[in-house]
Design a protein around this ligand. Structure first.
Ligand code: TXA
Ligand code: MG
Length: 325
């Protein structure tokens, strides 16, 4: 039976309370949620995603106070960031209390936590007496879903229920910050700009680049978000030459339409944001990557976006989508 889309929080409360999984909307991407304190629910998340069990999950709660009770230590910087950005696209990795199952943290002494900013999910979390463990609701290695329909397409035969909260406002996963040795460190660039974090902390933060063999956020392997078509990145699309027939170009800020066609070249042209707005580009990115995959182009030439604000996370996802190993 395919998954049912629901709008009522009540049904989601019942399902999750019974230890079953529900896909939930957030402002970043949809999550595949289960009771974080129930090991068999958590095990079910790994099975449904086909995710290697060494990859730890984020726990979600309705407020900073409720989520921070799962942290054994809270550095001053973590308190400031929580106050400034929760609910919002910030995940913090902190030492965990024993109550959080090792399965959630994949055996690490730390756990990732966040307060998502979506009215339906905040309402849901308020009504539950446990946190929700939720990775992005995509099969392992694929693009994260930003609508309930994306979840249904990719995981519809693996889960029963999807709480439909409309399209995700931000469209990029949360920014992950840890505090190794007491220093705020970005493990994953995402929906909260590094500059905003630095402004609140009053100093520069370390940004760990992914792609090494033992990444700090293990899900951040180079080859991720793979759209399954050959992709090449360019600083400027003018540098792309001689694309074969049935290719596509992905642009940024070219002032035209979001989608167009060059009939002579049998080429589709996408602009992530014709008006050069990075928030708009972020919210279109995963939908476009999905589209590239569906159309199975022979080749895709992509123009990177300016490397500032959300642009850093967008370029990071583009580079990983284009990576071949
Ligand atoms: O926006 C988001 O963060 C979404 C929504 C649903 O909240 N969730 C999400 O979860 O993107 P997921 O599981 O797809 O990515 C979480 C990342 C993984 O790369 C994981 O390795 C990392 O967080 N992570 C989790 N716990 C960690 C820990 N204790 N130390 C370091 N990295 C951790
Ligand atoms: Mg993910």
């Amino acid at each position: 039976m395919p998954a049912r889309l629901i709008n009522d929080v009540e049904t989601a409360v019942t399902e999750l309370g019974a230890g079953r999984l529900v896909a939930i909307p957030t402002e970043t991407v949809y999550g595949l949620a289960g009771n974080a304190l129930n090991e068999s629910a958590v095990a079910g998340i790994f099975t449904a995603k086909g995710r290697p069990s060494f990859d730890p999950l984020i726990i979600h709660q309705s407020s900073a106070e409720r989520v921070l009770q799962y942290a054994a230590e809270i550095p001053a910087g973590a308190r400031s960031l929580g106050n400034a950005f929760w609910p919002g696209p910030l995940t913090m990795v902190l030492p965990k209390v024993p109550e959080v199952p090792d399965l959630v943290s994949a055996g690490l002494p730390t756990v990732a936590m966040r307060v998502p900013n979506h009215p339906l999910t905040l309402e849901l979390l308020k009504r539950l007496d446990f946190p929700l463990a939720a990775p992005s609701a995509n099969p392992f290695g694929f693009v994260s879903p930003t609508t309930a329909e994306h979840v249904a397409e990719q995981l519809g035969d693996k889960i029963d229920t999807i709480l439909d909260g409309g399209p995700c406002q931000i469209g990029l996963e949360s920014t992950i910050v840890g505090f190794p040795g007491g220093e705020a460190t970005i493990y994953r660039k995402g929906g909260l700009a590094v500059e905003d974090i630095e402004r609140v902390l009053g100093r520069p933060v370390v940004v760990r680049e992914h792609g090494n063999s033992r990444p700090e956020a293990p899900g951040m392997l180079s080859r991720h978000y793979s759209p399954g078509v050959p992709m090449e990145l360019f600083d400027r699309i003018e540098n792309a030459t001689a694309l074969p027939k049935y290719s596509a170009m992905v642009l940024f800020g070219r002032g035209g339409k979001e989608f167009g066609r060059l009939e002579d070249h049998d080429m589709d042209v996408y602009d992530l944001s014709p008006s050069a707005n990075l928030s708009e580009a972020a919210s279109n990115l995963f939908r476009v990557l999905r589209e590239l995959n569906k159309k199975a182009y022979r080749c895709v030439a992509i123009e990177t976006v300016p490397e500032s604000g959300l642009g850093r996370a967008i370029n990071d996802r583009l580079r990983r989508a284009a990576a071949t190993e």
